[in-house]
Each structure stands twice: as C-alpha cells, then as structure tokens.
Design a protein around this ligand. Structure first.
Ligand SMILES: [Zn+2]
Length: 294
C-alpha cells in the first residue's frame, strides 16, 4: 500500500544534520583524544565553519532542517548550537558524549538519556520530540527508554523508507527511517584502513538524485543525514544546493522536518490537518515556522 502524505503530497524530504563535533571521538578513543590535535581539529571544523555554512545554505533555500545534537556538543559549542536554534530548526537528542549505545547496558543507557535531556533542557530550553542514536546504534530496549522519556519518534533505523512504528514495552514509537546510502560519512570521510575512498561530489549528487527520484515514485520519505564537519566543506555545500534544486523540479514534494513527519504519522494524517492552531499546539521544540516550502 502506498504511503499517504498530507495535502496530497507525493513524497517527503528531510535534511538532517548530526552535529557531533568532537564528541564521538572523545567517547571512542579517550586516550588518543588527550593528544591528537589533528583528530580534534578535523571535527572542530563543524562548529567553527560547517554549521554556519549549513545555516546560510538553509537560509538561502528557505528550508527548515532537523539537527541532532549530543549534550557534550551543546555544552562545549554553545554558540553554534544556539544559532541553530535561533534559526528555527528542529533540535533532537543525539546522545551525550555520542555514546555507542551497543556498549551500554539498560541502566547506563538510561543514565545517558537523562544527562542529555537535562543538558538540552538547561542549556537550550528544548524538550526534544525526536532522538537519533549516535552511529544509528539501537538496542532492543532503546525504544522503551525513549517512550518512557516522552519521545515522539526515533530516527536511527532502516526497516522501511516511509515512517513506521516500533513497538516497545512502553507503547509504540514512531520511526522516521534512515539508510546508509543517504549518509555523507561513508561517502566523504577519510578513514585510514577503510575501503571507502573520498567520493566525487558529482557521483554523490547522481546517487542521491537517483535515490530521491525512486523514492518519490514510491511515495517515500527521503531523510538525508549529514555532518557539519563532513558536509560543511565547500564542494559538499554546493552539492546539497544542487540536490535541493533537483528535487524541487518534482511536483508534490513536502520539504519538512523529522518532527513534522513523525507528527503526521502519529496522527495518521490528523496531525497535519489544515487547522493551523491545532498544528501549532502540536509542536514541542520549535515555534511555528513559516520556512517549510513545497
Ligand atoms: Zn552522530
């Protein structure tokens, strides 16, 4: 059965950005992080340059995006985090120190969840509707933790290419699915010893355009996941601009956020009713933003 989008749209597009900065490196390689200025600076390109380039791009495109930010990043890079918020973008949770939750037991994961939510609340006044697990690492018990902490949705799993439902012992959770093909890191990051070479942006534009065209035909939800320290590089910003221009040539594309997709899915269409007052009350993290354009 084809997925039904609001207002008769044919497909949905979400630009999402995981603002990791140094957090994942600090978690995975704490000893190396004490000495490797090279690794730290590679990631600091995100808060220093990448975020603002992405914000300027989104401003030019008149698009709202979804940013998932670890607690550590919010605490250590408060200015760019605040600029993301001030520009009206959605802010979701993304771990505290970008913990690989596959290494955590339920009690540890619960503690990390509490820490990240406290930081988002205390530093930004944000109660996130959504969660994206660091490195898309999800335990079988994670949906239950999210549900108990009041999350509307998760965006870390690959079990469909339209929004769907994950069951947990605390009730159903909306999933706004992701996929490796639509992640900038495996294509663009240089990692010694890995098989992937740095991709030509033209090839990536072709890949992502083809995937979008296919998903549009299938009424899909195209969720692109980029990282400011990876996609903030000049040629990749240009790639994103070209990709959006390509997607805008299609009729019936809803350019939206993960939260709006999740609200639509949770309400089975009712959440995105044309009643604007009702829609505003449904938002938790961001003011009613006029930035979304079809
Ligand atoms: Zn991340």
């Amino acid at each position: 059965m084809r997925y039904r989008w609001p207002e008769g749209k044919q497909s949905a597009v979400v630009l999402s950005f995981d603002f990791d900065a140094e957090s994942g490196f600090l978690f995975r390689e704490p000893e190396k992080a004490k000495r490797s200025l090279g690794d730290l600076e590679e990631r600091r390109f995100g808060p220093r340059v990448g975020v603002d380039r992405i914000l300027r791009l989104l401003d030019r495109l008149k698009l709202r995006a979804s940013f998932f930010i670890p607690g550590w990043t919010v605490e250590n890079h408060p200015a760019p985090s605040k600029r993301i918020q001030d520009a009206g973008h959605e802010i979701g949770a993304h771990g505290n120190l970008h913990e690989a939750v596959g290494l955590l037991d339920p009690e540890q994961e619960e503690a990390v969840m509490k820490e990240q939510l406290a930081i988002l609340r205390d530093r930004l006044g944000v109660t996130p509707a959504g969660y994206r697990s660091p490195s898309w690492d999800v335990n079988t018990w994670t949906p239950g933790i999210l549900k108990r902490h009041g999350f509307l949705y998760d965006s870390s799993l690959m079990g469909n290419d339209v929004p769907y439902q994950i069951d947990s012992e605390a009730g159903p959770l909306v999933e706004v699915p992701v996929q490796w093909l639509l992640d900038d890191a495996p294509l663009f990051r240089h990692v010694y010893g890995s098989t992937n070479a740095i991709a030509d942006p033209s090839r990536v534009l072709q890949m992502w355009s083809k995937e979008f065209a296919g998903m549009h035909a299938e009424n899909g939800c195209f969720v692109l996941t980029c990282h400011p320290f990876v996609s903030g590089r000049a040629s990749r910003i240009a790639l994103l601009e070209d990709l959006v221009a390509y997607m805008r040539r299609f009729r019936g594309v809803s350019f939206t956020t993960c939260e709006e997709v999740a609200r639509w899915h949770a309400g089975d269409g009712k959440a995105a009713s044309p009643d604007p007052a009702r829609k505003r009350r449904g938002r938790r993290t961001t003011p009613a933003g006029p930035l979304t354009r079809a």
